[in-house]
Ligand binder design. Structure first.
Ligand SMILES: Cc1cc2nc3c(=O)[nH]c(=O)nc-3n(C[C@H](O)[C@H](O)[C@H](O)COP(=O)(O)OP(=O)(O)OC[C@H]3O[C@@H](n4cnc5c(N)ncnc54)[C@H](O)[C@@H]3O)c2cc1C
Length: 352
């Protein structure tokens, strides 16, 4: 995925997640999701309505995430990091791949480094196998990058198209499928997960082989995908509008529930900051899962965690302009018509 496409898709996906949030949230999806695309309530965007600004990093390699085992003296380290913009999405999947690297049927306690979405999913899968797990992390929820993620279920911005190997693609598709299925077992208020509709807006045509294309390798994980005619959507100035359904994971709720599950299952959490790899050799556990790396704005090469005021103002202006340009549209396609869902019911339910 090149940088321009990367920026474009993300900005719109972010906006559309908000738009989707304007519908009444239902955890179990009726298929397709109820509601008319003309019935989207524009978000009221202005600086005085801003609650907080968060900054997070999404490190990734052009070739994709890393799941592999490595020996460090007597210890076996199983790496699982570099999920870029898709670590919430992929967490269960890459963690499953990571646990498959455990040799035999170990019974001794294992260590997991990191208490974000990836570490917690790894820990839970290991507990499912009957293992005693200790999580070692310098920060716990709510202070992880996973907590500030949007939480849209989409394995996007994880690698650069053309720079990934066939072997990686196999891992990516296996991880995506496993995670897609696992999250559906967690739908509902307790984990803060529900289905939402997404809109992808373009001035130029879609690349149908790309991740949001009709021939996308992950097409089957984006149900109800179809293009909307101009009469079916309120987005002024966009010639190409595509919609599809995915899940939304609300990180603070989800991570809390995961941590609770982990503790109920007998897991131990220790707060520790590792400054050097040799510290790992001092851990009691012989097997260590390393789920540290993190996944906003897409500014390549930018590592600062400080809020850039000019960028913040630009984001606010851009969103205000986008939502301010909504036009009226009235067409209800037969596919979308749901007699029990009165048009306009949620107009007052604005999410900022
Ligand atoms: C603004 C933003 C929006 C995003 N939106 C989405 C989205 O919509 N969907 C999606 O799937 N993904 C999204 N992501 C990406 C996602 O947040 C990350 O890929 C994911 O959170 C990575 O999870 P993690 O558990 O590896 O990392 P983290 O959540 O950062 O957890 C890392 C853990 O490791 C610990 N740790 C790190 N270093 C050390 C050390 N030296 N010693 C001890 N402990 C250490 C930390 O304390 C923490 O507990 C987004 C990211 C950002 C920044």
């Amino acid at each position: 995925m090149n940088r321009r496409r990367f920026l474009h898709t993300t900005a719109l996906t972010a906006a559309c997640s908000v738009i989707s949030g304007c519908y009444r949230a239902r955890s179990r999806a009726s298929v397709p999701l109820p509601g008319n695309d003309c019935d989207l309530a524009p978000v009221l965007v202005s600086p005085d309505r801003e609650i907080r600004t968060v900054v997070g990093l999404r490190p990734h390699r052009p070739s994709g995430f890393v799941v592999r085992a490595e020996k460090l003296g007597e210890k076996l380290i199983i790496h699982n990091y570099g999920h870029g913009g898709g670590g919430i999405t992929l967490s269960w999947g890459t963690s499953q791949l990571a646990t498959e690297l455990l040799p035999g049927e170990p019974s001794s306690p294992v260590a997991v480094i990191g208490c974000g979405a990836v570490g917690l999913a790894t820990a839970r899968l290991l507990q499912d196998r009957g293992l005693h797990v200790t999580i070692y992390a310098s920060e716990l929820p709510p202070n992880t990058t996973s907590n500030v993620a949007g939480g849209q279920w989409l394995p996007f911005d994880v690698f650069e198209f053309g720079k990934q190997s066939t072997a990686f693609m196999n891992q990516f598709l296996r991880a995506t499928e496993f995670a897609y299925r696992r999250y559906q077992t967690l739908l509902g208020a307790r984990y803060g997960i529900h289905w939402i509709r997404n809109y992808s807006l373009r001035h130029g045509e879609f690349d149908e082989a790309d991740l949001e294309g009709m021939q996308s390798p992950i097409r089957k994980f984006m149900p109800e995908m179809r293009d909307l005619s101009e009469a079916e959507h309120p987005f002024s100035g966009y010639q190409h509008v595509r919609k599809y359904d995915t899940m939304l994971i609300e990180p603070p709720i989800y991570l809390n529930a995961m941590l609770t599950d982990f503790r109920i299952a007998g897991g131990t959490v220790r707060t520790v900051k590792f400054e050097h790899v040799t510290q790992l050799q001092q851990l009691a556990e012989r097997v260590i899962f390393n789920g540290i790396l993190l996944g906003g704005l897409f500014q390549e090469g930018e590592w600062s965690l400080s809020v850039d005021e000019a960028t913040r103002a630009r984001v606010l202006r851009g969103h205000a302009q986008f939502f301010g340009s909504f036009r009226r549209c009235s067409r209800t396609s037969l596919k979308d018509f749901q007699p029990d869902h009165a048009i306009g019911t949620n107009r007052s339910n604005l999410a900022v």
